[in-house]
Design a protein around this ligand. Sequence first.
Ligand SMILES: [Zn+2]
Length: 275
Amino acid sequence: MGGVYSNERMAGAFSYESSEIDWCEDNYKHSEYVVEYFNTMSSFFFFIVSPIMLYLLHPYAKERNLAVHMVWIMMIFVGLFSAYFHMTLSFVGQMLDELSILWVLAVGYSIWFPRKLFPSFIKDRSTFSRLVLLITVITSMSSFVKPTANAYALNCFGLHLLYTLGVEMRCCTDQKVLRLAKLSVALWVLAISCWISDRFGCSFWQRLNFCYLHGIWHILIVIAVAYGSTLIAYLDANYEIPYSLPGLQYWPCDKWAVGLPHIVLKGTTKTQKRC
Ligand SMILES: [Zn+2]
């Protein structure tokens, strides 16, 4: 009997609208198979930006560590799970969506967290990465028992990253870096505002017949991650591979005010040998 019951529960977790969350957008407005059409479609923005970022960050990743690519490979999965979640609003979709975000943060954390700020009992990056991995695995498993566990871990990782970045920025004088930092924070605040407004101000937006803020959050957060992660990667490059003379540039054209930021390496390994 217990087996039958748990099988039913498993199937229920996959079924449409089994998640407790329902975003502001009208359900089944454009298709009978897609619960939230615009929220689903806007998730595909992850598939456009991620490959471009993988391409742009490749020279830096090659010099620093190919594991850097994990961040944007994982972002493709975030987009995939986000699309699945908004298409079905299923409990499994919600879990996959939230957990994939946690894993992106964990990967970024273990690759980029400044070595000088490691706790004293941790000697090298691989030990630090293993510790982050352990915490992420425990959080992922406990979130199936208590779904809010994930939200706490997400906020802890996120806020600590923000704090560390703030400390780093205090002694920075490079205008290009400061501009990138300001833009990253501005984009992030704008994205979060859309998320909160959709979540808590839905009746207001429904009256205006504009229920697309969660979809706009998807688009803004991808760009915010591109800006924020490049900033972190740039600071990291200055610490870890200073001989490669890292610099910041925008794609497709550095002179434009808008574009995707990335790292260019002006020096080569030969420079290192000469020094
Ligand atoms: Zn979403």
